[in-house]
Design a protein around this ligand. Structure first.
Ligand code: GTP
Ligand code: SPV
Ligand code: MN
Length: 590
């Protein structure tokens, strides 16, 4: 029997093959591999990745179809300082992005790519962001010299033939080029060329830097295209709340990186709410567009989850634990002697001995963490027991609510509702959050992260906020906007709110508000629930504790308003007047 050969069939689209030939001639790989997304190809690539040491096969009895990867220790998170928006004029990228001219950046990166793939295979990965057939869906093609990227892209996107079919003979696809080069921080650039619908990423092998469909296309390029074409690309989960009578309410929520989107999207209501169910449409990205009926419709452009491992366990997120029990790639977690995985906050007790994320022997006595705080799993969304049928619906889902929320030890109450759309946009625009391990930088420091999009907005942030206000014109039934904070702490540095599944009590008030059946009191900062408006069945949470979670502290708000000044000054020349007025109104109310 002839040995099957993989990756040898080039597609017939001449625009695509001409571009691939241009990159091949530049990067000089030993061979070109055309990915078709088939199961047989997956097995072939997995075997190759194991043979070359990129992946380790995990214990297949415990974790069928699961593999393990360690990244270079210098390459464990997104790198905002190396991320560029390349436009002819600086003010197109705006004050919150690193900027270079396209000409300058192409020149620099083509020089780095010259001969860079010698001795390597160049993979060509066609993919869809969005369900096949959706008017919002986009085609991308990623050229990469990383087999790890190919295997992750086939989980995170609809990859291979399905994308070539949608592209047909057309030229409308995102052109992405990725090379790990020598994985040196000095030669690490994530460059976006919005006007060319193109991306070049070099010098990294990690997640958001290299899975180009995700943050690069679906958010940075997507947000740019969305403004031109009348839609929005947002760093949001999408979920469906189903009541015992089968009533469905769709909610999107923007929390900054590592602030709870995956957990909220997979939430299981407490036992005290029989018949209530939450299903997941997406856990990280939403593409949203006003529909003909004046509602805001959202799709999840992704097909998988690239989720934070630490803290994920049977109690905090059972659906995630089921999702990652098979067909999953684990990156930078700890490897146990029996071919299993472990991380801080796993259900299993710390292993007596294991290898940490750097491959070093680790015991519970070790001072370092066994798993990197930004260690991740890549898993197909089809594995999620709570996957919503709507996740594959080309029409998307009509949103009733949008929730903003950051990681705030102080100031921000558990929940409040904006007075209206403009006030809601102000809440999103001024959102603050403590920095997490998802990006290289200072942990714990509060920074302004408008709509959780600070690292992901592909154009001028002032124009972006104007776009948010402008979208309202196409909505006769806009989603109501809310603000949450699961992370407020007491004087002893303990979280005041238990979070996770108990967040359902907050979510229930949100959806009841959108349906006009929950009460609220008007406060200086927005509409807030009283203690009695929450259903506390089976939860021991006193009036006093709730008051602590909801407290509006004058001194804290004074500091909050002062710290917003910095953002407003940064954005001053394009900041919408509406937001300045909202701030003035808030000051006068306080
Ligand atoms: P990205 O994938 O980086 O965009 O992050 P994400 O927003 O999806 O964050 P994720 O749900 O993975 O949560 C990140 C961390 O926050 C994990 O360590 C969780 O355990 C923790 N977390 C999530 N929800 C809650 C909550 O309600 N309360 C508390 N205290 N921690 C939470
Ligand atoms: C985030 O940082 O918001 C992520 C992980 O979702 S990454 O894909 O690495 O950007
Ligand atoms: Mn994210």
């Amino acid at each position: 029997m002839a040995t099957p050969t993989f990756g040898t069939v080039a597609p017939s689209n001449p625009m695509l093959t001409a571009w691939v030939e241009k990159i091949r001639a530049l990067a000089q790989p030993d061979r070109v591999f055309w990915a078709d997304g088939s199961e047989a190809e997956k097995e072939f690539l997995l075997a190759e990745a194991v043979a070359s040491g990129v992946l380790t096969k995990l214990n297949q009895d415990k974790l069928p179809g699961c593999y393990y990867h360690r990244s270079n220790p210098n390459d464990v998170a997104r790198v905002e300082q190396c991320t560029f928006i390349c436009t002819p004029a600086k003010d197109q990228a705006g004050p919150t992005n690193n900027w270079a001219t396209p000409r300058e950046m192409y020149e620099k990166l083509y020089a780095l790519l010259k001969g860079a793939m010698a001795g390597r295979t160049m993979y060509v990965v066609p993919y869809l962001m969005g369900p096949p057939g959706s008017p919002l869906t986009k085609v991308g093609v990623e050229i990469t010299d990383s087999i790890y990227v190919v295997l992750n892209m086939r989980i995170m996107s609809r990859m291979g033939k399905v994308a070539l079919d949608q592209l047909g003979a057309g030229d409308d696809f995102n052109r992405g080029v990725h090379s790990v080069l020598d994985c040196h921080p000095d030669r690490r650039f994530i460059a976006h060329f919005p006007q060319d619908n193109a991306i070049i990423s070099v010098g990294s092998g990690y997640g958001g830097n290299v899975l180009l469909g995700k943050k690069c296309l679906a958010l940075r390029i997507g947000s740019y295209l969305g403004r031109e074409q009348g839609w929005m690309a947002e760093h949001m989960l999408i979920l469906c709340v189903e009541s015992p009578t089968g009533e469905k309410t769709y909610v999107a929520a923007a929390f900054p990186s590592s602030c709870g989107k995956t957990n909220f999207a997979m939430l299981i209501p407490p036992a005290a709410f029989p018949g209530w169910k939450i299903t997941t449409i997406g856990d990280d990205i939403a593409w949203m567009k006003p529909g003909a009926d004046g509602k805001l419709y959202a799709i999840n452009p992704e097909a998988g989850y690239f989720g934070v491992a630490p803290g994920t366990n049977r109690k905090s997120n059972p659906n995630a634990m089921d999702t990652i029990s098979r067909d999953t790639i684990y990156t930078n977690v700890a490897l146990t002697p029996d071919g299993g995985v472990w991380w801080e906050g796993h259900d299993d007790p710390a292993p007596v001995e294991c290898l940490d994320w750097k491959g070093q022997p680790w015991t519970p006595a070790s001072k370092e963490k066994a798993a990197h705080p930004n260690s991740r799993f890549t898993a197909p969304m089809a594995n999620n027991p709570a996957l919503a049928a709507e996740a594959n619906d080309p029409a998307g889902v009509p949103l009733s609510a949008i929730i903003f929320g950051g990681r705030r030890a102080t100031t921000m109450p558990l929940i409040f509702q904006s007075f209206n759309w403009i006030h809601g946009v102000y809440l999103g625009a001024t959102m603050g959050s403590e920095m997490t391990a998802a990006a290289a930088g200072t942990l714990g420091q509060v920074r302004r992260d408008p709509m959780a999009m600070l690292p992901f907005c592909g154009y001028n942030m002032g124009d972006y906020l104007n776009h948010w206000l402008g979208i309202r014109r196409d909505l006769t039934d806009p989603p109501r906007i809310f603000h949450v904070n699961w992370f407020r702490k007491d004087a002893g540095d303990k979280f005041l709110w238990p979070g996770f599944g108990e967040n359902f009590r907050v979510l229930k008030w949100v959806i009841d508000r959108t349906r006009g059946r929950a009460r609220a009191s008007e406060t200086q900062i927005g509409w807030m629930p009283r203690y009695s408006e929450f259903d506390w069945t089976d939860m021991d949470f006193s009036r006093e504790k709730f008051a602590q979670c909801m407290r509006i502290d004058a001194a804290e708000w004074q500091r909050e308003l002062i710290s917003q000044t910095e953002l407003f000054l940064t954005l001053h020349d394009r900041l919408p007047k509406e937001l300045i007025f909202q701030r003035e109104l808030l000051i006068s109310r306080l």
